[in-house]
Design a protein around this ligand. Structure first.
Ligand code: GLN
Length: 205
């Protein structure tokens, strides 16, 4: 059984995620393909999708215009596993307010019952790295890379909190939908990509 994992390549950390996912696949010894996707026809073929970090307003607007937003939402609602990273997690949410400018009208997927504060830890120059823990998915120590990262200010009752940093929620999961405020593709550690690819593989079998 072979799996096909897509990285949404509209804007953002696409190549880094393709490399991390390829390494994870090889380390797990699984058969599969990691592909960059942008149009509905490509997305409809996938067993799992990574929405990378970047700029959520750009990813949202362009995927709305090219028709991908709708098909991504339908696929996730149909059970496709998805990993949303930073801007990608913002895309999964139902409410995203910027720390400075508050609410703006940006297209979101609304597949995860979470409310977010965008740019929660400050601007680009306030980017930082810190050890974090995702104990409930057996990743006790992970290098969290935070770049203009959001934090989750509210979670629905069925959303599991996977990690907190300084009392702020930075990783969440509901079923096969995972969001992280930090960038696992920049961590020099494929643990989170391996966890996600395993999830896709077990969902398909
Ligand atoms: N601040 C960006 C946004 O709001 C996210 C930053 C990132 O993905 N590294 O979309």
């Amino acid at each position: 059984m072979s799996i096909t994992v897509g990285v949404l390549s509209i804007q953002g950390d696409v190549q880094e995620n393709i490399l991390s996912a390829k390494s994870a696949l090889a380390e797990l010894g699984l058969d599969g393909n990691i592909v960059d996707v942008r149009i509905p026809e490509e997305i409809s073929q996938l067993d799992g999708l990574i929405i990378p970090g970047g700029e959520s307003t750009t990813i949202g607007q362009l995927s709305l215009v090219n028709g991908s937003l709708k098909i991504i939402k339908e696929k996730i609602q149909g059970g496709m596993p998805v990993l949303g990273i930073c801007a990608g997690m913002i895309m999964l949410s139902n409410t995203a307010n910027d720390r400075i400018v508050g609410k703006i009208d940006q297209p979101l997927l609304d597949v995860l019952d979470i409310k977010l504060e965008r740019n929660s830890f400050g601007r680009q120059k306030q980017s930082f790295e810190s050890d974090i823990s995702l104990g409930s998915i057996n990743i006790p120590k992970f290098n969290g890379v935070f770049i203009r990262a959001p934090s989750v200010s509210d979670v629905g009752s069925d959303v599991e909190v996977l990690s907190k940093f300084n009392e702020r929620i930075v990783a969440v999961k509901k079923g096969k939908v995972i969001g992280t405020a930090f960038h696992p593709e920049l961590a020099d550690d494929t643990a989170l990509h391996k966890y996600f690819i395993n999830l896709i593989n077990t969902s398909k079998n």
